[in-house]
Structures are given as C-alpha cells and as structure tokens.
Write a protein that binds this ligand. Structure first.
Ligand code: PLP
Length: 406
C-alpha cells in the first residue's frame, strides 16, 4: 500500500495547543456536546471586539491593498513600528530596512529560526515556553535547550540555569516577556543579566513581546532591546492581542543593537521574506493607527476592565480548588496552575487533560505541551466571561474531587 508520510523534519515538532485533545474536543462537538474551550488565546470567540478605528482603517484601504508590496512590508507601517520602538519601548534608531512585517509573529518566528540555524545549533528557550518557539527551532534543524523559570519567584528566568546551559553551539536566547503561559513580567535586572550573558557569549537575543500592552496592577514592561546596544536583538510584536485582531494576521520583528556581525543573517531573513513575496497587506494599513492608539486594550486591563476582573476572579477561584495553586499573572491572559500530583497520582498530564475533557467537557492544555518537563501544571485561558469561567472552575473542582490516575 502506498502511503504518504509526513517529512522526517516534522518528527519531533510539537504544538499541543492545537494537538490531539483539540481533535477529540471537535469530535465531541460534532456529536452534539458542548465544550468549554479554554485552550487557545483567541479573544474573538469570547466576545472581545476589535476597536472600530482599526477595522475601518483596514476596510477603507482595501482597494489599495490589492497588489504585492515590498516583502519587508509597507514603508509607512515600518516607520510607525520604528517610532513605537523608540518612543514606547526605548529601542532607539531601528532602521526600517531592519524591520520585517509578517503574517503574525508566528510566521516571523519560523522565518527567524530557518534563517539562523544549522543542524545541531542550539537556542536557549524558557521552560515553560510558548511552544511554537521550540517547534520552529526543531523544524530548522536546531536544538532547543530549555532554561528554567522559577515558579517560587514569580516564574522569573533562573540566570544560573541559563549560564549552565550555554555551550559552544549556542547561537541565541529567547525571552518571552510578558510570558505565555505563566503571565510573568520580567524585571529590568533580570533582563540586564540576560543581555550581559548574551554579550559575553555572543548570542543573538529574541524577545517575544506580543503581550507588552496586556499588563495588570500597574506592572511596567521593559524591552530587553532597550537595555543593550552591543548585542543584536530581535524584538517581535504585533496587533493580534493588543488590538484583538488575531484573525487579521499582522506582526513584525525589528533588529536592533550592534548588527555589524549579523549582516549575513539579515540577508538570509530577507531572502526568506522575499520567497513569500509579502505578508497580508490589508492589516498592514492598520499598524500606524493602532500604534498611536495602543491605549485601547487598557480599558480591559485597568481596574474595572473585563480582563482584570476575570484575572482577579480566576486567580482567587483557582486557588480555592483543593490540590491546585497558581501564581498571579501580571500580564497576558493565562493561568498556569500547579497540580498536586501526589494527591491525584498524576504521572501523565496529557491523560489528565483528556480525562477532564471526556468527563467534564472542559478543554485546557497540559503543562508538558509548553515544554515543562513535569506533569504538574496545565494552562487555562481567562478570556471567557465570568459566568463561563465559574462554570469551568466548578467543573474542574468537581472533576478533581474524586480524580486519581491509575
Ligand atoms: N508569541 C506568543 C508568546 C504567543 O502567545 C502567541 C499567540 O498566542 C504568538 C506569539 C503568536 O502571535 P501571532 O498572532 O502574532 O502570530
């Protein structure tokens, strides 16, 4: 029998956020069951609406957006990104020739890793991580090396662990700040320590800042690119989360710092950008307006705002469930609670997620799906309205009240 297999390049590539549990949830939905899907950071299905000015900006430019454009992106959009980087993120003098606009940060992560890595090259990645980073490194032939973030100190990267894991093959280090899945927002001292290590070991820094404007309790966000000028730094950001337009697919990456030694790499990235001609044009027309109105999300994250209320409610409610404990996220819209594995005899967190889905119709993502090595965490999004969150938490509590893994 002839059968077409997936390429060997994909053998160790994982992206469990849309993995087998989601397939099972779809089967259950097709069979008429209702599923509470708390697995994906997608605001639209939970009733979050994109700001009118963003949608109308895209709509009014649609006829201008019919043709291919420069593969790096619209000049006016890149100028707006350069201004935003300088004035709001403290990353000075980003040349628009070193800005690439893409179909979301996702496409740019894959492109950045394809352009960087030879087989066996290593990249340091946080554990837990947003798993696309690890997947993109593996796909590019590289080796992801995970450094620990410390739950007991608010999931801050453990600098001594990073030091231990730097080798001759290490080419870069990834920082996800604010972090998905933990919601941790990193203090400047920690970022400076990472920048110093990057400088000492000649590493390129990748900083994924897609949640830089989704902050609670007055937390301040520092871009690592603003703390260093002698290290090449790639900062990735976009409008998916801050402007609630995940479906329009628009993001960017900026190269800053000392780029004198990365000219070849930039050429490679440029080649990859050119090979896909250009990214989705209509949404690029929204960038300059969006970056002038980066306060829009604040109505949701400030006191009295929907995201803030849901975060406060969920944090308190989760911590009341026997056997669960959770740090308070300072950014993004996820909880990453710890499960008392001894109490529930949990050895396999994927099984835990499947069991909860089958029994209670609640879909979350297992912690190992975020490259966390132990089966003692899961991620839950707090985008749903309070009543839906309460239904989900009540179902989780009920499920755990008599759960024991064989
Ligand atoms: N980076 C992080 C940390 C994310 O959580 C996500 C999406 O959830 C992305 C990147 C992807 O963003 P985009 O919609 O711009 O592709």
């Amino acid at each position: 029998m002839y059968s077409l297999k997936k390429s060997r390049k994909l053998n160790n590539v994982c992206y469990d956020i849309r993995g087998p549990a989601l397939d099972e949830a779809k089967r259950m939905e097709e069979a008429g069951e209702e599923i509470l899907k708390l697995n994906i950071g997608n605001p639209a299905p939970f009733g979050f609406k994109a700001p009118d000015e963003i949608v109308s900006e895209i709509a009014s430019n649609l006829t201008k957006a019919e043709g291919y454009i420069d593969s790096k992106g619209l000049v006016e959009a890149r100028e707006a990104v350069a201004t935003y980087s300088a004035t709001r993120r403290g990353i000075e003098k980003v040349d628009i020739e070193n800005i690439f606009i893409g179909n979301g940060v996702s496409e740019l992560i894959v492109m950045a890793m394809q352009g960087l890595l030879d087989d066996g090259d290593e990249v340091l990645i946080p554990a837990p991580d947003y798993p696309l980073w690890t997947a993109a490194i593996v796909l590019a032939g590289g080796k992801p090396v995970h450094y620990l973030c410390d739950e007991t100190s608010g999931w801050i990267p453990d600098i001594s662990d990073i030091k231990k894991k730097i080798s001759r093959r290490t080419k870069g280090i990834v920082v996800i700040n604010p972090n998905n899945p933990t919601g941790s927002v990193y203090p400047p001292e920690v970022l400076s320590a990472i920048a110093a290590l990057a400088s000492e070991h000649r590493l390129i820094i990748y900083s994924d800042e897609i949640y830089d404007r989704i902050l609670y309790d007055g937390a301040g966000h520092t871009s690592i690119g603003s703390l260093t000028s002698d290290v090449p730094c790639v900062t990735l950001n976009g409008l998916s989360k801050s402007h609630l337009i995940t479906g329009y697919r628009v993001g960017w990456m900026t190269f800053s710092g000392d780029l004198s030694n990365v000219k070849g790499y930039l050429e490679g990235v440029n080649m990859l950008a050119s090979m896909r001609l250009c990214s989705n044009v209509p949404a690029q027309y929204a960038i300059s307006v969006a970056l002038l109105r980066d306060d829009l999300i604040r109505s949701h994250t400030a006191n009295g705002g929907r995201l803030k209320k849901q975060r406060d409610f969920g944090y308190e409610r989760l911590n009341r469930i026997p056997g669960l404990s959770c740090t308070k996220p300072q950014g993004a819209f996820y909880f990453f609670p710890r499960i008392d594995v001894k109490k529930f005899h949990i050895r396999d967190d994927e099984r835990f997620v499947h069991d909860m889905l089958k029994k209670k119709n609640v879909l979350v993502v297992q912690g190992t799906g975020f490259d966390w090595s132990r089966p003692d965490h899961f991620r839950i999004v707090f985008l749903p309205e309070m009543q839906t969150l309460e239904r989900a938490f009540a179902a989780i509590e009920d499920f755990l009240s008599d759960y024991k893994q064989e």
